[in-house]
Design a protein around this ligand. Structure first.
Ligand code: PGA
Length: 257
């Protein structure tokens, strides 16, 4: 079964809602029907921008998908500062990033919490973009596959194979995030291939459907080589997604020489 490629722009804590409208308008104007026919394209703005993005996408019937960068474990209640999957679903979000390394490192998110967030997203029909990946020390010790698969197993504990089939998993080596230090296509394929093999082992044919993205300094000049690898189905694009021309060029990797 052919998997539809996905390019998702993780804006992180950048762009207010006015700037978000300007960027989405530029993307809407630049992308053509051919682009949306060739792949799925998504933006993942800060929470405060999502309502504005929804209004624009719905109003102008733009084929762009969107989502959020994090989600609460609980559906509602006394959780000051949190945003639930229920709320994100109501805003028309397709995706939610779960377990990004910046949240694991700066907000104490452990594997168990990531697992609960995956389940919260699935409960309300959101597609988790589950982030996994190793730091520099682990890579230098040659333990990147074992480390990443342990994160994957923990995050997917108790998740049904039918749900796993519809997931997106982003392999993001921490040493490549925001550093300009991109993993080589072979390095990225090694871990993305191992992720798919583990899913086949545990969830059988869900492995043919699940999409595995690479993330970490993906840009217009390295995307085409990464996308040639058999187990890389797209990208989680940080810095390069804030520049509309660069992001469009990343999404048009198929046209690169
Ligand atoms: P980067 O970020 O493309 O700026 O390296 C990727 C990510 O953290 O999702």
């Amino acid at each position: 079964m052919a998997r539809i490629p996905l390019m998702a722009g993780n804006w992180k804590m950048n762009l207010n809602h006015i700037e978000a409208i300007a960027l989405v308008q530029k993307l809407a104007y630049t992308f053509k029907a051919d682009d949306f026919a060739a792949l799925e394209i998504a933006v993942i703005p800060p929470f405060t921008d999502i309502r504005s993005v929804q209004t624009l996408v719905d109003g102008d019937k733009i084929a762009l998908k969107y989502g959020a960068q994090d989600v609460a474990v609980a559906d509602k209640g006394a959780f000051t500062g949190e945003v639930s999957a229920l709320m994100l679903a109501k805003l028309g979000c397709t995706f939610v990033i779960v377990g990004h390394s910046e949240r694991r490192a700066n907000h104490g998110e452990d594997d168990q919490k990531v697992n609960l967030k995956v389940q919260a997203a699935l409960r309300h029909g959101l597609t988790p973009i589950l982030c996994v990946g190793e730091g520099l020390d682990t890579r230098q010790a040659g333990e990147q596959v074992a480390h990443t698969l342990a994160q994957l197993d923990a995050a997917l504990a108790g998740v049904a194979s039918a749900d796993v089939a519809n997931l997106v998993i982003a392999y993001e080596p921490i040493w490549a995030i925001g550093t300009g230090e991109v993993a080589t296509p072979a390095d990225a394929q090694e871990v993305c291939g191992a992720i798919r093999a583990r899913i086949r082992e545990v969830h059988g044919s869900a492995a043919d459907q699940v999409r595995v993205l690479y993330g970490g300094s993906m840009k217009a000049d390295n995307v085409a080589a990464l996308m040639k690898e058999q187990d890389i189905d797209g990208g989680l694009v940080g810095g390069a997604s804030l520049d509309p021309d660069e992001f469009v060029s990343v999404c048009r990797y198929r046209l690169h020489p």
